[in-house]
Design a protein around this ligand. Structure first.
Ligand code: TXA
Ligand code: MG
Length: 313
């Protein structure tokens, strides 16, 4: 399949309406989209991404009014959260309406809904005229793509089109909150921080307490470059230093590396992380040293992604 790279929203939307897979930009990371109500199209998303079929997809909307056609038994606290954080880098898990195909939610009776804030994403979704099921547009297990060029690296020849837009503003995937129980539960930390969520819903649980609440995606290795990732404390020197190494952190590395990114803030660190991982792989580096940060604010999401990237395959 020849992959069209285009800035033409209508051309990209026409391909999606025709049952094809189209990559589109959002403020978090790029998404790999298909018509959420076309099971054949949704299957192509799993194939293109080599994603296990038991890992459900987020359904993307462009108006809040679409929520009640997709979900039922929406708690008041979920409405409060949606009012506060949609559109934006925020996803809510709700009981799903039965007409959403099983393949989209991997057989789950719940659905994740997200409304991106990037104008180009909203224009694309509206031009599609239907809700779009989309995971991050990386090959399964690879770092999420924050630039259209990264999507091309993983997906050239595997998807019909890439709607080329700006670099993702946040660079980490959306915050996911489970709203299917009596109180909200943070399932995946993201750009909307726990502190911000707690201002709106003070009783939010910071992590799932029961194993059955864990999202299927959490059991898979994630966000990983080919290089091995080691987490280090600020100023720390690794005991045995790898010669083909990269470094990313808020401070300068205390040892020699071949490639280094010194972030100016935790937000900048989060924004740069996945692109840094990909650049290290292009440079064929063997190890990446990543500095730990605090769990405050976006630090929670950053440390969550770093910890997953550092897991051995
Ligand atoms: O920022 C984002 O959320 C991006 C952009 C494209 O919207 N999307 C994204 O999708 O990160 P993905 O598939 O890479 O991550 C979605 C996570 C997965 O861990 C998946 O298991 C979980 O959400 N998830 C989706 N639907 C679910 C459901 N019905 N029940 C439980 N978990 C669900
Ligand atoms: Mg993903």
């Amino acid at each position: 399949m020849k992959t069209l790279v285009t800035e033409d929203v209508e051309a990209a939307a026409a391909l999606l309406r025709a049952g094809q897979v189209v990559i589109f930009p959002t403020e978090t990371v790029y998404g790999l989209g298909a018509d959420a109500f076309n099971p054949q199209a949704v299957k192509k998303v799993f194939e293109a991404k080599q994603r296990p079929a038991d890992n459900p997809l987020i359904v993307h909307i462009w108006r809040l009014e679409q929520v009640d056609a997709l979900a039922h038994d929406v708690p008041d606290y979920a409405r409060t959260l949606m009012q506060a954080f949609m559109p934006g880098p925020f996803t809510i898990l709700l009981p799903k309406q039965s007409h959403i195909p099983d393949v989209t939610t991997a057989g789950s009776d719940k659905v994740c809904l997200r409304m991106p804030s990037l104008l180009l994403a909203q224009q694309f979704l509206e031009a599609c005229g239907r809700t779009v099921a989309a995971p991050s547009a990386n090959l399964s297990g690879r770092p999420s793509p924050t630039r259209w060029q990264d999507c091309l690296e993983d997906m050239d020849g595997r998807v019909a089109a890439i709607l080329a837009g700006p670099e993702a503003a946040f660079g980490l995937e959306s915050t996911i909150v489970d709203a299917t129980g009596p109180v909200p539960v943070l399932l995946r930390p993201g750009a909307v921080t726990l502190e911000q969520l707690a201002q709106v819903t003070p009783n939010i649980e910071p992590q799932p307490s029961r194993t059955d609440l864990v999202t299927p995606g959490m059991k898979y290795r994630h966000y990983a470059p080919r290089a091995s990732v080691q987490l280090i404390e600020p100023g720390q020197r690794p005991p045995t230093l790898c010669s083909q190494a990269g470094f990313i952190g808020l401070h300068a590395p205390a040892f020699p590396v071949l490639y280094n990114y010194q972030a100016t803030s935790p937000e900048d660190y989060a924004h740069a992380l996945f692109a840094f991982f990909r650049e290290c792989d292009r440079r064929r580096l063997e190890c990446i040293y990543a500095e730990r940060t605090s769990q405050q604010g976006v630090g929670r999401a950053l440390m969550n992604r770093l910890a997953k990237a550092a897991l051995q395959a």
